[in-house]
Design a protein around this ligand. Structure first.
Ligand code: HEC
Length: 231
């Protein structure tokens, strides 16, 4: 599994490199333009490290989604994210409003606001790196390190991001508490955790609204389960 993931990721990286090179060559010979994509040494991917975080952290139901667009800010597409003046300033994370709000220690400024948890520090670091590297829309994937996935480091930040704003306490109806390792494991073993996040027909889709757990995060959760739910 690990091996397959590595091969696939290498293949995808190579494909995108080849594609980038061809595109750049075409671009240079036909239009005399300069490269706009990130250098291949980039350590973060827009599609893996940035957009799913903005989607889950900001565009959730009742916040910056199409229906509510709180504060007149909608953050459901790439165009939204890069189109708001000053929100993302390429190579200048310090002045970018996005970084200001996700790192703020003031409860009235911080996004996502309480009762949601702040974004995990690794997620924040990745968004900063993405902006400093030019805020390009790279779509590379990295292999998932299946064996070493642990709840504390890799899964809890995802639950904080996607679920905990509603599931800190018992939710009316059938909603379970998901604030500790034991609760989450119990819900996976005896409840409908895995069915709901995969939007399997017949189960309540979670999170409700348009936000979905990204494919990669889903893979991470599934491999954590397959490798014994390490704490
Ligand atoms: C916006 C609030 C909200 C968010 C975010 C949210 N949930 Fe829920 N969840 C609910 C509500 C409300 C219910 C009760 C629904 C019902 O009983 O009809 C529920 C029910 C559930 C159930 C029980 C479903 C069943 O059939 O037994 C599970 C499991 C669940 N949620 C998991 C999650 C997970 C995992 C996440 C994060 C990936 C999540 N939820 C995110 C509000 C939310």
């Amino acid at each position: 599994m690990l091996f397959e993931d590595t091969i696939r990721a290498n293949f995808e990286t190579e494909m995108s490199l080849i594609q980038r090179t061809i595109l750049l060559a075409l671009c240079l010979t036909h239009f005399g333009c300069t490269e706009t994509t990130a250098p291949p040494t980039s350590t973060v991917s827009f599609s893996v490290d940035v957009m799913p975080r903005i989607d889950a952290g900001c565009a959730k139901s009742g916040c910056h989604d199409d229906e509510t667009h709180a504060g007149d800010v909608r953050l459901t597409t790439v165009e939204d994210v890069t189109g708001i003046p000053g929100f993302v300033i390429p190579r200048n994370a310090a002045q970018s409003r996005l970084i200001h709000v996700i790192t703020s220690t003031s409860a009235s400024v911080r996004m996502p606001p309480p009762p949601w948890q702040p974004l995990d520090s690794t997620m924040i670091k990745n968004v900063i790196t993405w902006i400093e590297e030019g805020a390009s829309r790279t779509t590379s994937t990295y292999p998932i390190d299946t064996i070493s996935v642990r709840y504390e480091h890799r899964i809890k930040p995802l639950i904080d991001l996607y679920c905990i704003g509603c599931h800190k306490r018992q939710v009316s109806g059938s909603g379970p508490i998901l604030s500790t390792y034991a609760r989450v494991v119990d819900e996976i073993r005896n409840g409908h955790f895995l069915q709901t996040i995969q939007h399997i027909p017949g189960y309540v889709p979670m999170p409700p609204g348009r936000t979905r757990v990204s494919d990669r995060d889903l893979d991470l959760i599934k491999s954590w389960v397959a490798h014994g739910l390490k704490e």
